[in-house]
Design a protein around this ligand. Sequence first.
Ligand code: M6R
Length: 365
Amino acid sequence: ELGPYSHFMQKEIHEQPKAVSDTAEVFMLGGFEPENFGSKARAVFNDCHSIKILACGTSYYAALTAKYWLEAIARIPTDVEIASEYRYRSVIADPKQLVITISQSGETLDTMEALKYAQSLGHRHSLAICNVMESALPRESELVLYTRAGAEVGVASTKAFTTQLVALFGLAVTLGKLRGHVDAAQTQAYTEELRQLAGSIQHALNLEPQIAAWAQQFAHKANALFLGRGIHYPIALEGALKLKEITYIHAEAYPAGELKHGPLALVDENMPVVVIAPKDGLLDKVKANMQEVAARGGELFVFTDLDSDFNASEGVHVIRTPRHMGILSPIVHTIPVQLLSYHTALVRGTDVDKPRNLAKSVTVE
Ligand code: M6R
C-alpha cells in the first residue's frame, strides 16, 4: 500500500501533483461556473454579499489563505474564524452571508456544531468544502465542493490542505467572474496558472534531498520560529503546526512584521527561524525582518524562489523553488515546510503517521 514510501505522510506529500490536478479538473473542464458547487449555487452566490469561513487546524489555515484570494479576486468581504471559538460567541447573524465550512474529514465536531449554530441564528446559505464524500458537513450544507485528494491516512494533513487551497482558489475566481471583477482574459490567465501548478509542486518535491539536509540540524532544536507575510503568513502557520504535530518541537509562526513587537526577544543562536519569502510585493519587507533576526544571531532557513535575488551567507541558508508561482505561490510553498517536518521527524524517530495524543478526525469537543 505504501509503495516506495516509508510512511503515509511521505506518500501523501508526493501524491500532491495528482491530487491538486484532480481537484483543479472541475474548473479546467467545467470552467469557473457556480454549478460546480451545486445546482442552486448561482442563486445562492447572487444572494450573498459576504463570506464567513469556519474551520479547525490546518483547514483553518486554508481559510486564512482563501481570505486573501476572495477579497483580492472576487472583492467579497471575508471573515475567517476558528469553529470552536465561533460556536461559543454571541454572533450577529447575517442571512446574506455565505457560511463556508472547510474540513478534510467532514466530521469534525466543532466545525459541525459551528455550522448548526450559524444556521440556528438565521444564516440561510452554506457551502461545505470536504474531502470525504457523504460525510456529515456536506449532508448538512446547501452547497458542496469535494476536494479530490483521495484517502488521507496520515494524521498530519498534507494533500488535503493543498487541494482545499485549489478548491478555494476556484471559488474565488468563480465569484470574481460572477460579480464582474474577473474578465475573460483574466479567467484564461488563472486557468493557465492552475494548469502549471502540478509541475511546480513536482519541482518543489524535487528539493527533498536539500530539505532533508536541513532536517539534520532541526532535529536537535527545542524551538523554531516560522515567519511569512501576506498570503504566505498562513503557510508559516501551517509549517509551525506540522513541525509541532509530528516532531514535538515547539514552533510558532508570526507575520514577519510582528517580530519587533515581541517575539524578537526569543531570537538567539539556538533559535532557527524559517522564513517563507518568495518574490512577491512584500519581499523587501521580509528581507528587513530577516536582518533583524540576523543581527541577533538567529539562524535563518529561507524558502524563496528563483526570481528573488538574495543568496546564502553565514547563518543564512537558502532553498529556492524553481520559479515564482504568482497568486498560487502559497500552494507551492507548502511543500517545503511539509518536507522539513517529515524529515525532522525521521531524524528524531517520532511516529510520523500517528503522532502521540492526536486523532485523524476529531469528533469530540
Ligand atoms: O478533518 P478536518 O479538516 O476538519 O480536521 C481539522 C483539524 O483537526 C486538522 O486539520 C488537524 O489540525 C490536522 N491534524 C493538521 O495536520
